[in-house]
Design a protein around this ligand. Structure first.
Ligand code: TRP
Length: 361
């Protein structure tokens, strides 16, 4: 009888190293990653090549060591365990570049032109239509190369990346059809958490999602004082609003996301609508529960920072593991496509000729 546990499915997800992670990441994906690392062979990519699609200047590349360090520190501080999860640096796995080139042969340019995220990323980076680099158009193909080289079966992503995983599925199916069954078909797992709005809504009145670039985030590394100050910038809806308007407000989105005592949260809403509770009291309640959530994260961060070089060691370990798998996959791909036989045929013929003339090549 076979009593060994069934092999864990490989999961791949990750981030571009463009700045510190924040509360939106925590509720949108980080908690889920920590939860899933027990039942999956969890791989987390630090996608620095993807950040080159819009940040390829020398100074921007010069910032990468610090940015990579930051994002890995964030991952570990929330409870990603390097014993369970493989954290790796994308640009340290050159086989992925090769795979991306081969996958590019299998997808029409117009399929990529139709993907809205590419236009959004170009706009956010201030690029005009005729300035979009080929690499940005190919963003989803590179992401497909990440997914397929890792032979990942589960790919948790935010809604904006769903279209990219769809490209990976199409490429895997198309490749397998043309050259034989090499790739497992990956499956996107789209986050169902509502998007967290940003702070500073008193100043700009906006209802924008929390994001690194919008300057409206509460970062995981913020001090307790910074968190409290930022929470106070969440505008309260006018008294007498309807329950729907209340729920749609940034202030109460935070109540829903972070108050652990759901009965207390309902009572707070009820009192607020009747003008019995003011925004100040809601801010205080949010800050108190956020502190319970963020304090252990801050403490783990401090421990990790007390061991210089530890972060880099974890990334090197993970990247070495990723490189091994990537080269295996690339070899299978080159075999299936007939490229490896092409090269080894040339080498064999050269050897035969050398033997025939009795002089080594
Ligand atoms: N595109 C992802 C982002 O939005 C990062 C990423 C790169 C990724 N390769 C991946 C995510 C592979 C999941 C799987 O930052």
């Amino acid at each position: 009888m076979n009593v060994s546990a069934p092999a864990k499915k490989r999961l791949l997800t990750g981030d571009r190293p463009t700045g510190p992670l924040h509360l939106g990441h925590l509720v949108g994906t980080l908690h889920n990653r920590v939860r899933m690392q027990d039942q999956h062979d969890c791989w987390l990519i630090v996608a620095d090549l993807h950040s080159l699609t819009t940040r390829s200047r020398r100074e921007q590349i010069g910032e990468l060591p610090e940015l990579v360090h930051e994002v890995v520190l964030d991952l570990l501080s929330v409870g990603i365990d390097p014993e369970k999860s493989t954290i790796y640096l994308q640009s340290g796995v050159p086989a992925v570049y090769d795979l991306a080139i081969l996958l590019q042969m299998l997808i029409p340019v117009n399929r990529l032109r139709g993907i809205p995220t590419i236009r959004d990323m170009a706009r956010n980076a201030g690029l005009k239509d005729d300035e979009v680099p080929l690499g940005l158009l190919g963003y989803p193909v590179l992401q497909a190369a990440d997914i397929l080289m890792a032979r990942a079966e589960v790919v948790p992503v935010g809604g904006d990346n769903e279209a990219h995983v769809a490209i990976a599925v199409e490429l895997a199916e198309h490749f397998n059809e043309l050259y034989g069954p090499v790739f497992p078909i990956p499956q996107a797992m789209v986050s169902s958490t509502p998007t967290l709005p940003g702070v500073n809504t008193i100043d700009d009145g906006s209802l924008r999602k929390m994001s690194k670039s919008a300057g409206n985030s509460i970062r995981l590394k913020d001090s307790a004082e910074e968190v409290a100050r930022k929470v106070r910038t969440l505008a309260g809806p006018a008294a007498g609003v309807s329950p729907e308007e209340l729920d749609a407000s940034p202030l109460f989105a935070f109540v829903d996301a972070f108050l652990t005592d759901k009965a207390a949260a309902s009572a707070l809403k009820y009192d607020y609508m009747r003008g019995k509770t003011k925004a100040d009291a809601v801010h205080e309640a949010i800050t108190a529960d956020l502190e319970i959530l963020l304090k252990p994260i801050r403490e783990r961060r401090a421990e990790l920072m007390a061991d210089p070089g530890r972060i880099e060691e974890i990334v090197v370990d993970g990247t070495i593991r990723a490189r091994e798998v990537a080269y295996q996959t690339l070899n299978q791909v080159r075999d299936a496509m007939g490229l490896e036989p092409l090269w080894s045929g040339l080498v064999a013929a050269t050897q035969r000729r050398a033997e025939a003339r009795n002089r080594p090549y």
